[in-house]
Design a binder for this molecule. Sequence first.
Ligand SMILES: NC(=O)c1ccc[n+]([C@@H]2O[C@H](COP(=O)([O-])OP(=O)(O)OC[C@H]3O[C@@H](n4cnc5c(N)ncnc54)[C@H](OP(=O)(O)O)[C@@H]3O)[C@@H](O)[C@H]2O)c1
Length: 272
Amino acid sequence: MEKVNFYGKKVLITGASTGIGKALSHEFAKKGAHLALGCIPEEEKLLSEWAKELESRYSIKTWVFPIDLTEEDGPERLFQEVTEKVGDIYALVNNAGTVAYGKFWEIPLGPQAKTIQLNFIVPTKLMHLFLPGMVKRGDGVIYNTSSVSALQPTPFHTVYGATKAAVQSLSQGVRTELRGTGVTICTLNPPYTNTRLLKIQGFPEKLRWYSISGLKTPEWIAQKAIKAFEKKRFMYVPGLWAKFLHIFLIRFSPRKLVDLVAYYGLQGKDKK
Ligand SMILES: NC(=O)c1ccc[n+]([C@@H]2O[C@H](COP(=O)([O-])OP(=O)(O)OC[C@H]3O[C@@H](n4cnc5c(N)ncnc54)[C@H](OP(=O)(O)O)[C@@H]3O)[C@@H](O)[C@H]2O)c1
């Protein structure tokens, strides 16, 4: 398959003010893509400054959309505003995400419902809004930020893992429906990465799991991801060890063993 040339193409990234989304925006900018960047309203200033920096360093155009995507009409507003101000986009990167940590029955339902909303409902809605135009034009890609959590049990952030498994299934199913349209859907499945997500209230400072999997930087993830995006890799797990661990070892090891390792590994280092 021919590599995508992002130069001059318009790319929309949600959750672009920090972490993996910000690092991805940098990689797309280096490739010369024009960027529509989303963030929560509180981060508008921060994201606008970053967007200006990208414009001056890479001679690209940027637009900032400070919209809380968990609001009822958030995805629709983002679609309308992007369509009005930017026009048709070539790629949508569904990246905004959140997590709630703790035992499923002990964490209040609110943060878990928000996780389902932002990690699964929002990408579903945005795909539903942007796909018809892409299919009509016969061109476009959706990159969904899933996770290695889609490929293993994730005790103590089980709803998070469930949303990522749902995104994985959604992406694969819709991609199959898109056969022959010129449009496709890819997933990025990062291992644990040192971002604000892992500092959300209640999340342990260090998981035992990091001794097995390591902890990546968002920049490292994004530098690898952009190459996979160019090749429209259907499912991309960055890093050889992560690929072996999540695509092979976890898949083919006895279920009881995987559950046990996940149970101990996904607790804080201080926990018994
Ligand atoms: N960190 C990991 O270990 C890891 C591993 C695999 C996959 N991922 C996935 O990677 C993606 C990016 O996460 P990250 O690790 O880079 O964490 P992050 O730094 O916390 O980034 C999450 C992004 O989502 C945005 N966001 C949060 N709530 C939002 C809302 N209501 N409306 C719109 N945007 C909202 C945030 O925007 P603001 O900055 O404006 O709040 C932020 O830019 C997520 O989908 C996550 O599940 C992360």
